[in-house]
Design a protein around this ligand. Sequence first.
Ligand SMILES: NC(=O)C1=CN([C@@H]2O[C@H](COP(=O)(O)OP(=O)(O)OC[C@H]3O[C@@H](n4cnc5c(N)ncnc54)[C@H](O)[C@@H]3O)[C@@H](O)[C@H]2O)[C@@H](O)CC1
Ligand SMILES: [K+]
Length: 524
Amino acid sequence: MKVSNVVQMRAMDRAAIDRYRIPEEILMENAGQAAFSVLGRMGPLANRTFVILCGLGNNGGDGFVVARKIHSAGGVAKVRILGDPARFSGAAHLNLEILRQLPMDIRQLDNSEGICTELAHCSTVIDAIFGTGLSRGVSGLHREVIEAVNQCGKPVLSLDIPSGVQGDTGQILGCAIRAEHTVTFGLPKIGNLLYPGFALGGQLHVSHISFPPELYRSDDLKIAINTPSPLPPRDQTGHKGSFGQALFVAGAAGYLGAPCFAALAYLKAGGGYSRLAAPAAITPFIAMKGSELVFLPQQATDSGSIALCNRDALLQQANALDMTILGPGLSLDPQTQQLVRELTAGIDRPLLLDGDGITAICANLDLVRQRQAPTVLTPHPGEMSRLTGKSVAELEQNRIEAVQQAAIDLNATIVLKGAHSLIGCPDGRVFINLSGNSGMASAGSGDVLTGTIAAMHGLGLNTEEAVCKGVFLHGAAGDLAATAQGEDGMTAQDILEHLPLALKHERQEWPAEFLRRYAGPCPA
Ligand SMILES: NC(=O)C1=CN([C@@H]2O[C@H](COP(=O)(O)OP(=O)(O)OC[C@H]3O[C@@H](n4cnc5c(N)ncnc54)[C@H](O)[C@@H]3O)[C@@H](O)[C@H]2O)[C@@H](O)CC1
Ligand SMILES: [K+]
C-alpha cells in the first residue's frame, strides 16, 4: 500500500475536489462515516456518552460528522471545540451548522477545567483536534486537553492521525494523543507508520473516502509499505550452486560472532553456498559453530584483522560469485579499512556493505557512487550519521527524507535499521518495513540481516527485491522468535534459528495474526 506525506495528501484532496468533482462535503462525510463504522466496532453506541474533541480545521469537521452519526444512532455526543467556532470555514463550518440544528451539547472549551470530569463520565473519546494540519508544537489549552485524555483511561478513536503526531515524520510535536484506534483517510500518512506515531495510533484503519484509485498511481507517491515480491519457487533438481553463492569478507581478532552469524544466516535463509573470508587465526573457532561454511583463511594485520595483501585473491573470488558481503566485524584497522575501499572499487558484482565496511567507505563515498553493479548499505543510525554527515538526532527528525536522499545520492539501496526499518532505493522510492520487534535490538541481529538479504539474492531475486524480502523475513524471523519465547533475551542466534520457519510461512501461509500485522492498515 502506498503511503502519503502531508503535501501529497493535500494535493490528492484537491484533485478529488477539482478534477473528479467530488465535493469537499462528500469527502468529509465519507471520512466521518468511516470513523463512525470503526467506532461501532469498538462498542455499543445507543445510550452511551461520547466526548468529541474538535480543533478548528477539517479534522474537527470530521469530528462533527461523527457526532451527528452518534446522535443518529441513539448515543449522546458532547462536542467540545478547542478555539473560536467562528473560525470554521467550508465543509467543517457546514457540519457545525447542521449540528447546531440538533439537540446536542456543543461548547467551546475556554479552559481545561471540567474536561477531566466529562472524560471520566464518557464511554469513548473521539480525537478530532489536529490532523495533517498540525503546524507547530502543541501547547496551552490543547496540551492540557491532550494530557487529560491520555490520563482518563478511556478508549480513544483518533481521526486521521493521533493529534500531536506530525504527519510527515511520526514525531511528537510537544505532546500527542494515545489512541486505541486510528482511522486514516485517503492513504496512510508517514506519521501513522513511523515510531513514535505508529505506537500512539493503536490499531490503524484506512478509508479511501471514495478517492478514485487513479489518484494513487502517481509516480510521485514514492513511499509504500514493504510488501515484497514472492520468492521464486525452489528448483527441485537444484544443486548447492543453484541457490546462490556468496562471499562474506568479515571478522577480526575479537570479532568472531559477526562473521559467523552473517555467513550462517545465508544458509539458514535458503542460500546455497556460503564462503567466509576471515583472518586465518580465527577460522578454526568460527568453524566450531559454523561447520557448514566454506572458509577462505586470510592473512592478518598486526591487530588481527584482514590484511590488504589479500586484495587480489579476494577480488578474484568476489567477481566469480553472485554477491559479496563486506563488513561484519572487520574492525577499524586502517589497513583493513583501505582493503574495503579497494574491494568496493574493484568488485563488479552486487555488493553489500555493513558495519565497519560502511565506516570504511565514508572516507570516500565516490567509490560507492561510481560503482556500476548494485550496492546495498545496511547502516544503523550511527553509521547513517557517518554516511550523511547529519547527527543521529537530526536523522530521527525525518528518517524517510534521510534515507531517500542518501539512496539517490549514493546510487545505492539503503536499509536504515531501527524499529520499522526503512529501505531507500536509488530512484527515490522508500519502503517502510512492518515486521520485527524490540527483541531484535541486540548485537548480531544486523549480521543476520546481511546474510538474509544475500540469501534472497541467491534464491533469484534482483538486488532491490532481495533487500526488501530480506528485511521483511529477518523481521518476521524475529517475530516468530518473540512468539516462541518473548522479546526479552532474544539473541541473534534466536533470529537465525527462526529463519527457516519464516521462509516456510512465506512460501506457504502466515498465521492470521502475522498477516494482519504485516499488511498494514485494515480497511475501515
Ligand atoms: N478535503 C480535505 O482536505 C479533507 C480533509 N480531511 C480532514 O482534514 C484534515 C486536515 O485539515 P486541515 O488542513 O484543516 O488541518 P487540521 O484540521 O489538522 O488542523 C488545522 C488547524 O489547526 C491549527 N493548528 C495547527 N497546529 C496547531 C497547534 N500546534 N496548536 C494550535 N493550533 C494548531 C491550524 O491553525 C488550523 O486552524 C485531515 O487530517 C482530515 O482529517 C477529511 O475531512 C477528508 C477530506
Ligand atoms: K486527530
